[in-house]
Design a protein around this ligand. Structure first.
Ligand code: AMP
Ligand code: GLY
Length: 423
């Protein structure tokens, strides 16, 4: 079987490592992949949103299966285009991917189907958004969200009216996030621990994966600007059996039923970003894909063959499969370039990957996110560079192994959080 994974991050590396265990796969491709991925798959230089080039490649190589991983190819309809050419895919079609690509769509869906989420209003008119903020109805802090995709940066928590008006101005007038800011959501600020639950769904059945906890802020103590994610632990200690039960009944099943009723059943990995508030679990966001770096930690605990599960999703036979998880804990620590999530330097040599980095050692996996391979040596090429992931019998042991491996690796300006799993 010839399989292509679209994407180039640590998440894609984790998916590729899992797929590699399947004996039916004879050839694995990544588009575009990265330096580390090139050791596990053949990298092809096709842009993730280039539908024409991607379908052409898929047809020319007679690919049997394509895993569409990042948000932007899903949002532009990569799955629709590949399926039109008769190529089987893992990932939602464009209409279903709106659950991530349009916050107005997802908020309205939740309202219509009574799925618990923060109270909100949506605006496509700048003056009306400002009037609403000034009306006295809104309490602060308030949360302002650009409607469309914004690399995880389209959410602003405004402490007061001035900050909120400035945010609206940046999003709707200055177009800081381009067309993603044509509409905005203004919503209630929620408090509580955040929980990520990734799930497999074939549009009719849904199977939640092991829960996880991302660490979005750049600095220790959950301070500083938001990033794509600086580390993960799985399972999430805040995800009690009781919360899981409520989530399943009030959030997970209602969401897939809602999408089906709206005529856009979701097939793929549906990401639930949940806040465990005093009033119960509420949806903070949906993503139409695996989280990065959540996937690195969660998939390292997966016992069942990933391709078998993905194909069951595609064939709408998820009810026929049992998914088994290791009864262990996983931790992933992201090593980033100094300056990330703002400007950073690239091209720095990475040392310690073979000898001390622990790759291949007991239950330690080093996923490459932003690396380049030059004649067998690795150099940094992105903001998030590596995801050092370990599993163990306890959270402490998983964290201990991950940080031991981190200590063996170095590159100029290497930055990581030292408090993953402490929240
Ligand atoms: P998102 O891009 O939607 O994941 O949002 C980024 C982060 O903003 C989330 O992980 C939360 O920490 C925070 N956030 C989003 N919505 C809210 C909200 N309604 N109340 C409090 N924090 C929020
Ligand atoms: N780590 C958060 C995300 O993938 O959106």
């Amino acid at each position: 079987m010839k399989v292509l994974v679209i994407g180039s991050g640590g998440r894609e590396h984790a998916i590729i490592k899992s797929l590699k265990k399947n004996k039916r796969i004879t050839k694995l491709y990544a588009a575009p992949g990265n330096g580390g991925i090139s050791a596990d798959a053949q990298c092809v230089p096709v842009k993730v949103v280039d539908i024409h080039a991607m379908t052409e490649f898929a047809v020319k190589e007679s690919l049997d299966y394509v895993v569409v991983t990042p948000d932007d190819p899903l949002a532009v309809g990569m799955v629709d285009a590949l399926e039109e050419k008769g190529i089987r895919c893992f990932g939602p079609k464009k209409e279903a991917a709106r659950i991530e690509s349009s916050k107005v769509f997802s908020k309205n869906l939740m309202k219509k189907y009574r799925i618990p989420t923060a109270a909100y209003e949506t605006f496509s008119n700048y003056d009306e958004a400002c009037q609403y903020l000034k009306s006295g109805i809104v309490s602060f802090p308030a949360v302002i969200k650009a409607d469309g995709l914004a690399l995880g940066k389209g959410v602003i928590i405004a402490e007061d009216l001035d900050e909120a008006l400035a945010a609206i101005n940046e999003i709707m007038r200055d177009k800081k996030f381009g067309q993603s800011g044509d509409s905005v959501v203004i919503e209630e600020y929620l408090k509580g621990p955040e929980i990520t639950v990734l799930s497999f769904t074939d549009g009719k059945n849904i199977i939640p994966m092991i829960s996880s906890m991302d660490h979005k802020r750049i600095y220790d103590g959950n301070k500083g600007p938001n990033t794509g994610g600086m580390g993960v632990i799985a399972p999430n200690p805040h995800y009690t059996k009781e919360i899981a039960k409520i989530c399943e009944k009030e959030i997970f099943i209602p969401t897939i039923q809602a999408l089906k009723k709206e005529g856009c059943p979701f097939k793929g990995c549906l990401y639930f970003g949940i806040m465990a508030t005093e009033k119960g679990p509420m949806v903070i966001e949906y993503n139409a894909r695996f989280g990065d770096p959540e996937a690195q930690a969660v998939l390292s605990l997966l016992e069942t063959d990933l391709l078998e599960i993905m194909e069951a999703v595609t064939d709408e036979k998820l009810n026929e499969i049992d998914i088994i998880w290791k009864k262990e804990h996983a931790a992933c620590v992201v090593l980033a370039s100094a300056g990330y999530p703002s400007a950073y330097k690239t091209g720095c040599k990475i040392n310690g990957l073979d000898s001390g980095g622990g790759a291949g050692k007991e239950r330690i996996l080093i996923f490459h996110a932003g690396t380049e391979n030059k004649n067998g040596e690795f150099f940094t090429s992105g903001g998030r560079v590596l995801g050092v992931t370990a599993a163990g019998q306890s959270l402490e042991s998983a964290l201990g192994k991950a940080y031991d491996a981190v200590n063996m690796i170095n590159f100029e300006g290497m930055y990581f959080r030292r408090d993953i799993g402490r929240y």
